[in-house]
Design a protein around this ligand. Structure first.
Ligand SMILES: Nc1ncnc2c1ncn2[C@@H]1O[C@H](COP(=O)(O)OP(=O)(O)O)[C@@H](O)[C@H]1O
Ligand SMILES: [Mg+2]
Length: 403
């Protein structure tokens, strides 16, 4: 039975025996397997052949002290195999005594715990990392927060700068476009005056003749006519002055009046360019700056006129409609001036985009018009173009109480 016990232990454990000096006298197959040495390479050699250089001297001294004093030694020991790899064994060293209680040999029974030790080490390492992480976390969060705060600050500053720049730019563009249309308007006034000036000239000539003939009735008649012509001329100027008086405050106004004013300011230009304008307007009130909408309508009509000329269109038609639609005042200005090319239509609202010669186009008209519709009227300006027909569409929200 003892033999059977011995066998059972030998099969399941790593067993070695040494003499009292630590010289190996027996090893089992398991020992050879784990250490990588053959029996021949082990028996007759000191047990420290599997000793790992990492293990402190004290541990061995402790082992020897324990077993020499006839006690059982138990510990987990780090060993080195023949190929240099490390293995851990849970070790029990038992001193064997004879009948005189003298040590005759030592038996060591071990089992492999390399994996367990390895996992434990990994666990410890991870625990340590976690601890380090925890300790530095607060610091790192603090640092990151500070970085973010700084970033935020500079970002805010940069955004402010950009917004400022943009506002500045828009002001300049607004001025430029105003100046451009002012120039055009002055040209218009001069134009509108040409005819009455000629008439006045003729009437004065007739007055002179009536005076020579002492025809008092005729004299008075021509005098009244002159006065009438002068009155008309003065009205023209007044119209334009009113138009150019910058209105800043939003107020309720009639969209149809704004369109009519634009048409009356462009009256001569329309006739001269043989444009037929069809107008169909509902009476609709909105909130905004009336002159600005008039400016938009003028821009659109003038663009159509320019297109008629460049495309040499003979039958020139513009139709303007104003209707109420889903809570909006909807203005549609349509012309048959040849349409806008696909590659241009995406850009026409961009500032400074023009297909015209430098002297006749600023590229600001549509940009400003869209700005006015969006910012000044809370609405929008859009375009579509097909088969030689361009349609600009303005939508302005109706005043709530007027819907
Ligand atoms: N009714 C239209 N028909 C054809 N092209 C147009 C029309 N309206 C605008 N465009 C195009 O859009 C461009 C930009 O117009 P705008 O912003 O008013 O600047 P500008 O009139 O100074 O060129 C024009 O140069 C023209 O090419
Ligand atoms: Mg224009």
């Amino acid at each position: 039975m003892l033999e059977q016990y011995k066998n059972a232990i030998e099969k399941s454990n790593i067993i070695s025996k040494t003499d009292t000096e630590g010289i190996i006298t027996f090893v089992n197959d398991e020992f050879c397997k784990i250490s990588g040495y053959t029996k021949e390479q082990l028996i007759g050699f000191n047990h420290n052949i599997v000793r790992h250089p990492d293990v402190e001297q004290e541990k061995f001294e402790d082992l020897w002290r324990t077993i020499k004093s006839k006690k059982v030694y138990k510990n987990t020991v780090k060993n080195r195999a023949k190929d240099g790899s490390t293995f851990y064994v849970n070790t029990t060293v038992i001193p064997i005594l004879d009948h005189k209680e003298e040590i005759v040999e030592f038996i060591a029974i071990r089992y492999d715990v390399t994996k367990e030790v390895f996992y434990k080490e990994e666990l410890l390492k991870k625990e340590k990392q976690l601890q380090d992480l925890n300790e530095t976390l607060e610091l790192r969060v603090h640092r990151k927060t500070k970085e973010l705060e700084e970033l935020n600050e500079t970002l805010e500053k940069r955004i402010k700068e950009e917004v400022n720049k943009n506002e500045q730019k828009q002001k300049v563009m607004f001025l430029q476009s105003r100046q451009a249309s002012l120039g055009q308007m002055i040209a218009n006034i001069a134009h509108q005056w040409r005819q009455p000036l000629t008439e006045l000239n003729l009437t004065l000539f007739s007055m002179k003749k009536a005076a020579q003939n002492s025809d008092e009735a005729k004299l008075i008649e021509f005098y009244d006519e002159s006065k009438n012509i002068l009155k008309n001329m003065s009205e023209t100027i007044e119209d334009f002055t009113n138009f150019f008086n910058p209105q800043k405050e939003k107020h309720l106004f009639f969209v149809n009046e704004s369109i009519e004013e634009a048409l009356s300011l462009l009256d001569k230009m329309i006739v001269e360019n043989m444009i037929s304008v069809k107008v169909k307007l509902e009476k609709i009130e909105v909130l905004g700056i009336q002159n600005e909408l008039t400016q938009v309508i003028i821009n659109l009509i003038k663009n159509a006129k320019d297109a008629f000329i460049t495309k040499a269109i003979l039958i020139r038609e513009i139709s303007i409609t104003l209707t109420k639609e889903d809570g909006f005042a909807h203005i549609e200005i349509q012309d048959n001036a040849g349409g806008i090319q696909k590659e241009n239509i995406e850009n026409i609202f961009e500032p400074y985009f023009t297909t015209k010669h430098q002297s006749s186009g600023t590229g600001l008209g549509l940009f400003m018009s869209k700005m006015i519709c969006q910012k000044g009227l809370d609405g929008d300006l859009d375009v579509s173009s097909k088969k030689g027909v361009t349609t600009f569409s303005i939508k302005i929200p109706l005043v709530k109480s007027k819907i």
